[in-house]
Design a protein around this ligand. Structure first.
Ligand SMILES: Cc1cc2nc3c(=O)[nH]c(=O)nc-3n(C[C@H](O)[C@H](O)[C@H](O)COP(=O)(O)OP(=O)(O)OC[C@H]3O[C@@H](n4cnc5c(N)ncnc54)[C@H](O)[C@@H]3O)c2cc1C
Length: 328
């Protein structure tokens, strides 16, 4: 078990009530271990509201608040892994690790133990996070993308974190005279425009032209104002990929499947009708994106929501592109 150390929250940017970017520094005189883009570290808070496993009325397991004799929810430590969203050069220069975190909420509306505690932190008062002094993980470009000319990244929600780290570092390296000769294409999907973390940085990296990099932001639940932003795509990231390849939306595919197979047909129809149809950002044509995803030399990396990753896998496999994912 790695040694535990205390870090301090020095920065927090709320993108929405459930999505934030956090920066953590170690105590004076300590530095974080070196890391590669795409790796993760375990974080822990000591006062999380604890849950226990119960069997629900339908016979399935559920996690319910763990109460003490006086009916208060017990508190204790909870640790989880988080992908590092900062680039190694940022940590070397400024000492911090950055994280892009979503407040977990389960099917019954109950917040996650650790993320609830993280989202309740205050910069001045309750501002410490325990971290395990070990950075690990093999979702790195070296391990997952070596030898490919085209790297397509698909990050949904906070699943952008490893890709934000990768693109910031690649851009920095290029600026330092170490350019990459690989083509990078990044799809980032979130619900609304405000939740597109790193949007400005990634737009600036693309505009700098130091790398062969195309950034495809997209929102799956666009507001009226979001619809007016023609430089941002509409629809789920995996549906944008499907659109690039002329495939039907996942929801349409499900509808056809259920129409043949039966009982869930009505639900599938309603879902398909409600789904936002894919529209690419106006600056990127379908043909140009398709040319960047030639099966023989493309690897598709994905991270984030499990259903979205499963659909990205399906698209990659249908197009005979190599597929890699980070499991959360
Ligand atoms: C390698 C890796 C990197 C990750 N990186 C990120 C990241 O960059 N950003 C990000 O937002 N997330 C990331 N995650 C997810 C993160 O680790 C947590 O799983 C997530 O934040 C939820 O934690 P929580 O304590 O709030 O939720 P939990 O309380 O752990 O609840 C999550 C689910 O676990 C179950 N659960 C509830 N109580 C218990 C219990 N007592 N015992 C067991 N299971 C229980 C329930 O099904 C619940 O829906 C990453 C995960 C991995 C593995």
């Amino acid at each position: 078990m790695a040694e535990k150390k205390i870090g301090t929250l020095i920065y927090r940017r709320n993108l929405s009530p459930i999505l934030a970017i956090f920066r953590l520094v170690p105590d004076e005189g300590t530095v974080f271990p070196p890391y590669e883009v795409g790796q993760y570290i375990a974080l822990r808070r000591e006062n999380c509201r604890l849950t226990k496993k119960l069997v629900g009325p339908d016979g399935r397991f559920v996690y319910a608040p763990d109460l003490d004799e006086s009916g208060q929810q017990k508190r204790g430590p909870v640790s989880h892994s988080y992908s590092i969203a900062s680039a190694p050069y940022e940590t070397q220069l400024h000492r911090y690790l950055e994280f892009y975190v979503i407040l977990h909420v389960d099917d019954r509306g109950q917040p996650g133990r650790l993320t609830e505690s993280l989202f309740q932190m205050e910069a001045e008062a309750d501002n410490t996070i325990t971290f395990f002094y070990k950075i690990t993980g093999d979702f790195t470009l070296e391990k997952r993308a070596a030898g490919y000319n085209n790297v397509v990244m698909v990050g949904t929600g906070s699943g952008l974190a490893p890709f934000a780290s990768m693109m910031k570092q690649l851009h920095y390296d290029a600026a330092q005279g170490r350019p990459s000769d690989v083509r990078y294409t990044l799809f980032h999907g979130n619900r609304g425009y405000q939740e597109l973390g790193y949007h400005e940085e990634l737009t600036a990296i693309e505009a700098s032209r130091r790398l062969d990099f195309i950034y495809v932001p997209t929102v799956s639940r666009p507001s009226k104002q979001d619809f007016e932003k023609t430089n941002v795509g509409k629809g789920r990231a995996s549906n944008l990929m499907r659109h690039v390849f002329g495939m039907p939306m996942k929801e349409e595919e499900d509808l056809w499947k259920h129409a043949v197979e039966g009982p869930d047909a009505a639900r599938a129809k309603s879902l398909s009708e409600r789904t936002v149809r894919p529209i690419l950002p106006e600056q990127h044509s379908r043909e140009m994106l398709r040319q960047r995803m030639t099966p023989q030399d493309t690897v598709v990396l994905t991270c984030g929501n499990p259903q979205a990753m499963a659909d990205v896998r399906r698209v990659a496999e249908m197009q005979a592109m190599h597929f890699e994912m980070e499991e959360w």
